[in-house]
Design a protein around this ligand. Structure first.
Ligand code: E4P
Length: 218
């Protein structure tokens, strides 16, 4: 399973890249706004800065909701760098845009996915990645992980090549469960990735090893 970091914060992206386990980055308009990035030129140069930091795909989301607008924006974004993946919302015009981008050699990430039916539509349009939002499904007391399992089964049975990108990850356990459920990629806040490292027995064990080493070297 690939690891993407879900942020537009350059420091966090750099920290994840330095770990040596990063396969890419996802952003969205809310994450860009959180970093205070606005205006076309700033947005494009921020994406370029992200691409320069990472080895791997960088999802950049369109704001338009009509086909022509999405195509115009997506083509602009794709020119920034080969790493750019155009992120397109799961709506009727978005499906048409994904088909257009696929036919023109531009990678896509179909976002805001909440059902298996939507997952089938995105795969039929040739999306490179599909982003089911696990955390937001859990937030309304449904089971986000069941959705990943269902899509994973459908894609395997049907031989769809679209990669399942588990999104809206809230904690380290989500990452473990997404791996079990068959996600190809997990996009996570840096805190959830770092949370995977933690175990009290590791801390206790290391403290004992170091203490014993200190005793024996006195
Ligand atoms: C996916 O690519 C989105 O950026 C993201 O995972 C949404 O997560 P949220 O529900 O925490 O906003």
């Amino acid at each position: 399973m690939k690891f993407f970091v879900d942020t537009a914060n350059l420091k966090q992206i750099e920290e994840a890249q330095d770990l040596g386990i990063l396969d890419g980055v996802t952003t969205n308009p809310s994450l860009m706004a959180k970093e205070g990035i606005s205006g076309v030129d700033s947005v494009l140069s921020h994406y370029k800065a992200i691409c320069d930091l990472v080895d791997g795909d960088v999802s950049a989301e369109v704001i338009s909701t009509d086909f022509e607008g999405m195509v115009r924006e997506g083509e602009n974004l794709a020119q920034i760098d080969d790493k750019i993946v155009v992120k397109v919302p799961m709506i009727k015009e978005g499906i048409k845009a994904i088909r257009y981008f696929t036919d023109n050699g531009i990678k896509t990430n179909c976002t805001l996915v909440f059902s298996a039916g939507q997952a089938i539509m995105a795969a039929k349009a040739g999306a490179t990645y599909l982003s089911p939002f696990i955390g937001r499904v859990d937030d309304i007391s449904w089971d986000g992980m069941e959705l990943i399992e269902q899509i994973s089964n459908i894609y395997a049975i049907q031989g769809f090549s679209t990669q399942i990108l588990a999104a809206s990850i809230r904690n380290p356990l989500h990452i473990v469960k997404a791996a079990e459920a068959g996600a190809d990629v997990c996009t996570c806040p840096l805190s959830s990735i770092l949370g995977l490292l933690n175990h009290p027995l590791t801390d206790i064990g290391l403290a004992k090893f170091l203490a014993d080493h200190k005793k024996s070297s006195n």
